[in-house]
Design a protein. Structure first.
Lengths: 198, 198
């Protein structure tokens, strides 16, 4: 069996990924083995470069290869608004909408006393520092509509209230394309509370 | 967006794997990014080594790092029996049962006229050559209980009939339409124990 160490190693490493068990890992490893050398090489290189090349933007803490991320460096984007999100994935989700053209700030997590994550573990101090001498007029709190996300938003509202800023929170309502019959009561409740005049 | 090329590259390469779509690939890429550097390095190295180090055993065509695989090199294993399987995964599945201690021969596929796979694309010629001057007394046909596997077994039966050999087929205790790779060890073990002379 130890003559197949390279295979077992790949299975072992792949099965550490979320949602990948030993059987899936084995299937993937055999797939890589049957693929052309060039694919295995590309995959291996891409993974190696991921950790080596990607760092955090010194302003918004999004992932970037340079000191300043593409969004922060883009002079065409408005400097008046900062959208605060939990993770880089959330930034991508907002960017996909093509509705927003301001700045971002990535917290890299949410407040979670149970997991021992307090304000110091998030990029909150950096957000405050960023606001001190900037042209920011509005902060959009776009943390997730979960218990932790709401708690983090509430904490930030308290913290940011003294600043001469417009503070907003993304709307909580029924998702577009959804069906009232299948949407949970809390969501519908919020949608009714937050109804807008037309 | 192009400042995140390393991330997009990983997503792109991962989504070429079977059963991994763009969303799963993105989730995995972010997981790798959040993992310690040592994990990304281990995964990258394991994948690189997989294609570089693994080749086929010169006797049974199983995957191996050396010229001769561990099973062929193992002098304690019986040389009298050769178990013919489709893929290296199938060998692993048979080995797991701990019922069999003979040799193997990997065909690396099944006859499939539709896909243009004839006897020449499989390691059939090599099997015949291997039988010419050897101590083999029995060939166990352990191709999968699928249409292609059965067809390949039938072809091999015709081909091997002239040889002074005992020809056996694993018992059809295994559920028809299944794949050895995914069947539990007990079922496969029983199928080997109950093999019938043909």
């Amino acid at each position: 069996m130890n003559t197949k160490m390279p295979l077992l190693k790949v299975v072992n490493e792949l099965s550490k990924l979320p949602g990948i068990g030993e059987k899936t890992a084995t299937r993937l490893a055999f797939h890589i083995l049957k693929s052309p050398q060039v694919y295995a090489h590309a995959l291996s290189e891409a993974i190696r470069e991921l950790k080596e090349k990607i760092k955090l933007c010194s302003v918004c803490f999004d992932l970037t290869e340079r000191d300043l991320c593409g969004i922060c460096a883009d002079l065409r984007r408005s400097k008046a608004t900062v959208c605060v999100v939990e993770e880089p994935q959330d930034l991508l989700a907002v960017e996909k909408t093509r509705v927003y053209d301001g700045q971002y700030h990535i917290l890299h997590g949410t407040l979670s006393p149970i997991c021992g994550i307090g304000p110091d573990q998030l990029k909150i101090r950096e957000l405050i520092e960023r606001l001190r001498d900037s042209a920011v007029h509005e902060i959009i709190l776009a943390t997730n509509p979960t218990v932790e996300g709401e708690a983090t938003a509430l904490y930030l509202i308290k913290l940011l209230r003294p600043f001469p800023l417009k503070l907003t929170r993304i709307a909580h309502g029924v998702p577009t394309g959804g069906d009232l019959e299948y949407i949970d009561a809390v969501t519908i409740g919020n949608a009714i509370k937050n109804r807008v005049t037309i």
